[in-house]
Design a protein around this ligand. Structure first.
Ligand code: FES
Ligand code: FES
Length: 149
């Protein structure tokens, strides 16, 4: 079946299976920045933005997003570079597998909640796991990014 949606503001039309998930669709069309870890909605590595809100793309059927807007890391490159800077400054990245998902969640947090409390930050990133580092350095990096104008 053909599904049309906006990928980073460009209209695309992909032929997909009815049971195909968005992570699979995007990766099969070369968007390898979408990482797949658990493939069962528990790690957050496949996070992207759907209509501006973070979703786990391994649990979103591509057939369900007709005419919607999908944002991957390629669509927020300038902000992603700022986030990466703070993660590096705080030593918050090691293997890097979780970083793309974190960057998209943190970007959405900044856009959707002004001056979030620690509790709101923790609630926002609760679905994104990192197997390498403790959350402490990541929280410091996230707060530093949120302070930027
Ligand atoms: S790969 Fe989607 S949540 Fe883990
Ligand atoms: S840096 Fe390796 S999973 Fe997060």
């Amino acid at each position: 079946m053909l599904v049309k949606f906006y990928l980073n503001d460009t209209l695309v039309s992909y032929d997909v299976r009815p049971d195909e998930y968005l992570s699979e669709t995007l990766r099969s069309h070369g968007i390898k920045s979408v990482k797949v870890g658990c493939n069962e909605s528990t790690c957050g590595s496949c996070t992207l933005l759907l209509e501006g809100k973070p979703v786990m793309s391994c649990s979103v059927l591509t057939a369900s997003i007709e005419n919607k807007h999908v944002t991957t890391i390629e669509g927020i490159q300038e902000e992603a570079a700022k986030i990466a800077y703070h993660f590096a400054e705080e030593g918050a990245d090691q293997c890097g597998f979780c970083n793309v998902g974190y960057a998209l969640v943190v970007y959405a947090l900044k856009k959707n909640i002004k001056n979030p409390t620690d509790e709101q930050i923790n609630d926002y990133i609760v679905g994104n796991l990192c197997r390498c580092s403790g959350l402490h350095s990541q929280l410091k990096a996230i707060k530093a990014y949120l302070k930027e104008e």
